[in-house]
Design a protein around this ligand. Structure first.
Ligand code: TRP
Length: 365
């Protein structure tokens, strides 16, 4: 098989994207896109997947498709370099999912740790929708339909990639080399793997109200940074403070660069020195938060400004998405055709099959 690099990734449109998405995956995608070291790049809005646990709230999903598209463009994804599309508009994905379902056992799906946690979070224990339960299979279809080799996602998606790889191996084993085995691409920086919410909770999530959104105003960002969770034992400035589990420092790990110190905090040469001072005592939370705020403002202002520009032409964005869907459909149809051929369900375009059967039946006349 050819060794070209194809990048694919997506997000569920259940809300605007936040800085956890940004450091966990979006930033990396834009860098990959601009490095140009790939033959194709697909980025999609996973509305069908979002519906698996929002089946009674289609309006929420519908409204957030455009929000996610705006966030993509604001971060620098470029439709000239990446195909941006909407999952539900690619019916080939449903077909692939249906065939892959025969390659996965119920107990295998039950072992998926991400699905397990999500079932708990949504109180689905008593009655899990089948579509939700099987979304890892549909995600394998998303990935393989585009012959993706590289999937830049957050750490929580690791079980999905593992599932996709298993399906690929099983399919290729039974039907012959057809599908491409994908690899996950995680962020390098440990703090970016799973950015905590502003309240210090393990995950940024809309329902916990602990997110900083890419589209937040400067005031909203400042309020959120200044009220961020730090070290509850660090009460007076002179007290020694803890870095571990201190959200402000985790964010600094994820966002600060050497030039930020020169610009906003020249008394400290780098993050290690700032941390050391905090741990010794004598450095107040407010000073560190002000520094983080300056960095967040600098990082998010250009994104917010670009978003405002794109918001001026919503029909243009739908047109871009429509074109993206066309390109994506053609690619998925190509893979589906290979899959059907491998599975021997390509009756009408298999002349040999028809001729061979005609001869066989004629011989028995
Ligand atoms: N599950 C991903 C999320 O929660 C979205 C997604 C759907 C995805 N299909 C994908 C990501 C395929 C990467 C590849 O955001």
């Amino acid at each position: 098989m050819k060794k070209e690099k194809i990048i694919l990734t997506g997000d569920r449109p259940t809300g605007r994207l936040h800085i956890g998405h940004y450091v966990g995956s979006l930033k990396g995608r834009v860098e990959l896109q601009n490095a140009g070291d790939y033959s194709k790049m697909f980025v999609f809005i996973a509305d069908s997947q979002a519906l698996t646990d929002n089946i009674d709230n289609p309006e929420k999903v519908r409204q957030n498709v455009i929000e996610v598209a705006l966030d993509y463009l604001a971060c620098g994804l470029d439709p000239e370099k990446a195909t941006i599309f909407i999952q539900s508009q690619i019916p080939e994905l449903c077909e692939l999912t249906f065939y892959y379902m025969d390659l996965v056992s119920v107990s295998r799906l039950q072992r998926n740790p991400t699905v397990k946690t999500e079932i708990q979070m949504r109180n689905f224990e008593a009655s899990i929708p089948v579509g939700f339960f099987t979304y890892p299979i549909s995600q394998a279809a998303d990935i393989t339909a585009f012959r993706a080799t590289t999937v830049p996602v957050g750490e929580d998606q690791e079980p999905m990639l593992e599932q996709a790889r298993e399906i690929v191996r099983r399919f290729n084993h039974i039907y012959g080399e057809t599908l491409v085995e994908p690899e996950i691409l995680l962020p390098q920086n440990a703090a970016c793997l799973r950015l905590p919410g502003t309240d210090g909770k393990a995950k940024m999530s809309k329902s916990l109200g602990n997110c900083i959104y890419l589209s937040d105003t400067a005031d909203e960002i400042q309020k959120k940074v200044m009220s961020m969770y730090t070290d509850p034992g660090h009460i007076r400035v002179q007290d020694p403070g803890k870095i571990e589990g201190n959200t402000v420092f985790t964010y600094l790990d994820a966002f600060s660069r050497p030039e930020h110190f020169e610009r906003y905090l020249p008394d400290y040469p780098n993050l290690a020195e700032l941390k050391a001072h905090y741990q010794r005592g004598g450095l107040g939370d407010v000073k560190v938060k002000r520094f983080l705020n300056a960095i967040m403002q600098e990082t998010l202002e250009p994104i917010r400004n670009r978003r405002k520009e794109f918001e001026k032409d919503i029909p243009g964005i739908y047109e871009m998405l429509r074109k993206g869907c066309e390109v994506a459909r053609a690619a998925a149809a190509d893979t589906l055709s290979d899959v059907k051929k491998a599975m021997k369900i390509n009756y009408f375009d298999d002349k040999e099959l028809i001729e061979e059967q005609a001869r066989r039946f004629a011989a028995n006349q």
